[in-house]
Design a protein around this ligand. Structure first.
Ligand SMILES: Nc1ncnc2c1ncn2[C@@H]1O[C@H](COP(=O)(O)OP(=O)(O)O)[C@@H](O)[C@H]1O
Ligand SMILES: CC(=O)N[C@@H](CCC(=O)OP(=O)(O)O)C(=O)O
Length: 256
């Protein structure tokens, strides 16, 4: 087996992923086993609004009632997952779309009562992923998990990607979003560390959806993951020398 890389594609960019982005992924796939996890927050918001169901979030996490959970399931496991599988096929990679409920891929438990059916990942079925990877297939995972009683949970995509990367023993985790990485005064920060990122959150430079992403990045570096890179899905993210362009956080490496 090749070394695994987990790639999380954010909902902010899913509908706008460029062909050059997929070319960059194909370059990675030549040398690594790719596991893709997707979000779909904006797509869920849109459907909830159409259905007149209130959109409520606490610290970046969606308050998930029974009605909201049904919409999350429909959008993440259905539309978003299948559209992404189709984009992979169109770009020359065979992909298998599955949710965390399939084959106990993501065994989940409630995170806290306040958020309703929001889950945290307890275990990852690594063998299932490995069996797909051994057939040169790209697993495309929607972050909906299940507990042992069959109750479904809505899991934040960044959290699910971090848990999968840690369980698989992936050295690298990529967060694909709609900006080139962490920006400060419009400039891309190429190398960052925990101290820098924490102070940028405190100063209000890092806000909104970038906060859970940065936190998930730092949390995954506590485990086996050695490098997290935040990259742009609107463009290619590999330069002419084969280096990944974005904001890189490397375990044990001080920025600057
Ligand atoms: N300092 C920052 N640098 C870059 N993006 C930031 C920063 N602070 C906040 N953001 C916002 O974070 C967004 C990405 O988070 P989010 O929309 O949740 O992404 P995704 O859906 O891809 O997971 C960017 O579009 C940007 O508006
Ligand atoms: C618990 C929770 O908040 N789950 C997220 C799952 C989708 C997601 O993570 O989407 P992005 O990657 O596009 O943000 C949600 O319901 O929006």
């Amino acid at each position: 087996m090749k070394e695994a890389i987990v790639v999380k594609c954010g909902g902010s960019v899913l509908a706008r992923l460029s062909d050059t982005f997929f070319s960059s992924l194909q370059k990675l796939k030549a040398e690594h086993d790719l596991v893709v996890v997707h979000g779909g927050g904006p797509e869920i918001d849109e459907m909830l609004t159409k259905l007149n169901i209130p959109v409520e979030k606490k610290n970046g996490l969606r308050v998930t009632t029974k009605d909201v959970l049904e919409v999350v399931e429909m959008i993440l496991c259905g539309m978003v997952n299948k559209n992404l599988v189709a984009r992979f096929e169109k770009n020359g990679a065979s992909a298998v779309g599955l949710s965390g409920c399939d084959g106990k891929l993501l065994e989940a438990a409630a995170l806290n009562e306040e958020l309703g059916y929001v889950g945290d990942v307890k275990t990852v079925n690594v063998k299932l992923l490995q069996s797909l990877l051994s057939q040169e297939l790209v697993p495309v995972v929607s972050p909906v998990g299940m507990d042992t009683s069959g109750q479904l949970y809505n899991i934040n995509g960044d959290t699910a990607a971090g848990a999968i990367a840690s369980s698989l023993g992936a050295k690298q985790l990529l967060f694909v979003t709609d900006v080139p990485g962490v920006l400060h005064n419009g400039e891309l920060i190429r190398e960052a560390d925990e101290e820098l990122l924490s102070s940028l959150i405190e100063e209000g430079v890092i806000t909104g959806g970038m906060i859970p992403k940065v936190k998930a990045a730092l949390a995954s570096l506590q485990g086996e993951v050695e490098q997290v890179i935040i990259v742009d899905g609107l463009k290619g993210f590999i330069d002419e020398n084969g280096a990944i362009i974005g904001t890189t956080v490397t375990k044990g490496v001080k920025a600057g």
